[in-house]
Design a protein around this ligand. Structure first.
Ligand SMILES: [Zn+2]
Length: 579
């Protein structure tokens, strides 16, 4: 019999809160502590969901006798012993539309159970029943198994989770959603679309997603790891994000992204990214993630593999699926290369170190982040591409990063264990030899400064720089303003004394705005010649002198029109036939 049950009342969604009754039917001779997670796997920051929980009261089950319930930590409640079992009643405020939180309003309800379920400590494997009541015109989407019923006043779904891990890995979406379904290899897939308003989904959506699913399974021995899969797609006016789960994922995008070719490609890239995680991190994962601690930071040095390799494969999969041309692929990879090169933090903090520091850095960027840290998503994707092209070169095109992932999957996940860095090295050695391990260590353990031109030549691509040589200051402005967002450490603006938060007023007494500053700079500045720059700092106008350097230009990745047949073959083996 299930000892743990939650009744989640969403019948008054306009209140922007849910009312919950949690019952723990085990008779207890001692106090029982209940806790709420402080973070959601996949998003590595303590988010302190307990701050939205209010009025936690405890009662003895059956007799309804009030029980002493004391808060003993920011996210824990201790309840006195009760022979008949414990019932908790509480409310959770739900007003944050991101993929990792909870958002309930008159038009939909979405939540991660990490925000809602007060779980008895020490009973991680307790089977739980989740009864959800919601408006009768809505439909519920969740990867947990369950059944539906309805009363005159509302609809009810009864879901079952085998334990805490399964419950936390299955967010719920309810609303006037639109469901599209398809199968790949007889396995059911669906996408639940929420918040589309008057936007219609592209007619090829299910076909495109099916092609991406086939491309993803192609990396892993052509087998799907789940029994069914659902994409929960939340659309809004703005916002962007994705979160992976074992048998589902949540995607958040502006609804207008479905209406333009580039926006739709981004949407497919996000879907491919989260789907790829069904293998990379939701199943095959580092030993330190094998059993999560939901109340503290879980450190790993391997997010360059978890997120970086996934960020590499997302666009590769969309391209292999024929939904992106080789030229489109080059354009998105060029952005990663540009971002990597423009931020000197890659020379300060390695990909391993930035993985370890995710909890204090990646989700808390500030004006110095680009100087002191690096992003293991985009930079991890560039590093993954170098490793992949390196393996292809070392094995004469016989093997690739796909084979490394397959080997790691077989040697660790299929053996029922998490992997360590040594396992990754072993998989690379088995597939491509020890020389490639050295290459990998060079990419992730120190400064990241790969010889990209060399690798890209193998697949008939040329790396160029647009606008190279123009006067360059090494600063960036905050969107829509003339306030300095960041300056590149050691760059001309930094050396001249321009600092973050300065308001940029004029170059050589010519007033600048957010939209004109670069044009004005090009008209009045010369490389190597001092430039008078007017800024406002702490309310005082100051004149500083900055000497521009010749800019490195913006990275462009182009298809080499003179590529040989061998280079074209290598490119096709990598990205699939050009569409
Ligand atoms: Zn990811």
């Amino acid at each position: 019999m299930t000892k743990l049950a939650f009744h989640i009342d969403v019948t008054r969604p306009a209140e922007r809160q849910v009312h919950i009754r949690a019952t723990w039917s085990a008779p207890s001779a001692e106090r029982v502590e209940f806790f709420l997670p402080t973070w959601t796997p996949g998003s590595y920051l303590l988010r302190e969901y307990a701050r939205h929980v209010s009025r936690v009261c405890a009662y003895e089950q059956g007799t309804n006798r009030p029980l002493a319930c004391v808060k003993v930590a920011k996210n824990r409640w201790s309840v006195e012993a009760a022979a008949g079992g414990i019932e908790l009643r509480y409310r959770v405020y739900t007003h944050e539309l991101t993929v990792r939180t909870a958002d309930v309003d008159a038009h939909h309800a979405y939540w991660n159970h990490a925000c809602l379920l007060l779980w008895p400590r020490g009973h991680r494997d307790a089977e739980a029943e989740l009864v959800v009541d919601y408006p009768s015109e809505w439909t519920l989407s969740c990867s947990l198994r369950g059944e539906e019923s309805s009363t005159e006043r509302h609809r009810r779904s009864t879901l079952r989770a085998a334990g805490l891990d399964e419950a936390l890995d299955a967010p719920v979406l309810i609303g006037l959603t639109r469901r599209l379904e398809w199968q790949v290899d007889g396995v059911d897939h669906a996408i639940d679309l929420d918040g589309l308003a008057s936007v219609s989904p592209p007619p090829t959506l299910t076909e495109d997603l099916a092609a991406i699913v086939r491309a993803a399974k192609g990396v892993f021995d052509d087998e799907l790891p789940y029994e069914r899969y659902v994409f929960q797609a939340l659309f809004s006016g703005e916002g962007y994000g994705g979160l992976e789960h074992r048998d589902s994922s949540t995607l958040l995008m502006p609804r207008t992204s479905l209406t333009t070719p580039t926006g739709y490609r981004d949407f497919l890239g996000l879907a491919a990214h989260e789907l790829f995680h069904a293998w990379n991190v939701k199943r095959m994962r580092p030993a330190e993630f094998w059993e999560y601690d939901y109340e503290a930071e879980n450190y790993t040095r391997l997010l360059w593999l978890i997120e970086g390799w996934t960020a590499y494969y997302d666009d590769v999969l969309v391209t292999r699926a024929g939904r992106m041309t080789h030229a489109d692929y080059c354009a998105t990879m060029a952005k990663n290369i540009q971002n990597m090169r423009a931020a000197p933090g890659r020379l300060e903090l390695s990909l391993e170190e930035s993985s370890f520091d995710a909890w204090i850095r990646l989700y808390r960027p500030d004006e110095d982040t680009r100087n002191s840290s690096q992003n293991y998503y985009g930079n991890g994707a560039v590093a993954a591409m170098c490793l992949d092209l390196g393996i292809r070169r070392a094995t004469g095109g016989e093997r690739s990063l796909d084979h490394v992932l397959r080997a790691l999957w077989q040697q660790t996940f299929e053996q029922g264990r998490g992997y360590r860095l040594e396992d990754v090295h072993r998989a690379v050695t088995d597939i491509a030899g020890a020389g490639l391990v050295e290459e990998l260590v060079g990419l992730v353990a120190g400064s990241l400064d790969p010889e990209l031109d060399d690798w890209l030549r193998d697949v008939g691509l040329c790396l160029e720089a647009r606008d190279a040589g123009k006067p360059f200051l090494g600063l960036a402005l905050k969107a829509g303003t003339t306030r300095v967002a960041s300056v590149t450490r050691g760059g001309p603006a930094c050396r001249g004394g321009v600092a973050p938060d300065d308001e940029l007023l004029a170059f050589e007494d010519l007033r600048v705005s957010n939209s004109t500053w670069q044009t004005v700079l090009t008209s009045v500045a010369s490389v190597g010649e001092p430039l008078a720059v007017l800024v406002a700092r702490r309310g005082v106008i100051r004149r500083v002198e900055v000497t521009p350097l010749a800019g490195p230009g913006i990275a462009r990745l182009v298809l080499d029109p003179t590529a040989t047949a061998a280079q074209l073959r290598a490119r096709e083996a990598w990205l699939g036939a050009d569409s």
